[in-house]
Design a protein around this ligand. Structure first.
Ligand code: C5J
Length: 223
């Protein structure tokens, strides 16, 4: 049965829950907690924690409706063989990727900092995709997984709006998925970048996709 989020922007978003997945991007301690990668880059990480309750509600809604929840983590192998020098050496962060930090090595897969925050822990059966880039399709099995499960539409949440979330949404759009970004389940260290991203993805007749608030999705989703 199709669901229509009539008040999505820039116009109603229609999806079939049977062919839809939720992708929760990079809700990791490294981005949301002090001492991680986000803070090492000079950001105020407290802003990002505000979306945890809405993201948790969104995950619960999807699980209740039988829609698969997929999680991503931006992180690298312990030997850093998947970390290009251009990414490691960019700028002048306090700690670089791979350096030891208070939550273990920064953005390394087996470190505590790379873990998803406890409030949004995946269930034992949910797919967790580790990705070395900003987009979740680059150098990962995500496309093969979505194709083999007949997924056509994606609901997106996570951090940060203009980096990994937007990159993934653009990658997904180019691969033929209809994408709905949940406005209050995504956040940026820069409020103006979040606002601009929401505007630009839905401009020109949903050129990249749609946006809606969590309650707009929830209220539209009747059995
Ligand atoms: C960043 C991300 N911002 N998950 N990563 O470096 O958006």
């Amino acid at each position: 049965m199709m669901v229509e989020v009539g008040n999505a922007q820039p116009f109603g978003f229609r999806f079939d829950p049977a062919t839809t997945a939720l992708i929760v991007i990079d809700m990791q301690r490294d981005f949301l907690e002090p001492g991680g990668f986000g803070e090492a880059l000079g950001n105020d990480v407290s802003l990002l924690r505000a979306i945890i309750p809405t993201t948790s509600d969104l995950m619960a809604l999807c699980r209740n409706k039988g829609v698969a929840v997929i999680h991503t983590r931006e992180c690298h192998k312990p030997d850093l063989s998947d970390l290009p020098a251009a990414k490691r050496d960019r700028g002048a962060p306090r700690l670089r990727i791979g350096d030891p930090g208070p939550m273990g090595r920064i953005l390394v897969a087996d470190a505590d900092g790379a873990a998803i925050v406890p409030e949004l822990m995946p269930t034992g059966t949910e797919l967790v995709i580790d990705k070395p880039g900003k987009g979740a399709f680059y150098a990962t099995p995500l496309m093969a997984h979505l194709t083999s499960h007949g997924i056509k539409s994606l609901i997106l949440a996570g951090v940060t709006t203009e980096v990994c979330v937007q990159t993934t949404m653009r990658e997904a759009n180019d691969r033929g998925f209809d994408c709905l970004l949940i406005e209050d389940a995504t956040e940026s260290y820069f409020p103006q970048f979040k606002a601009a991203t929401l505007d630009m993805v839905r401009a020109q007749g949903a050129i990249v996709g749609w946006t809606a608030r969590y309650t707009q999705l929830r209220d539209a989703w009747h059995d």
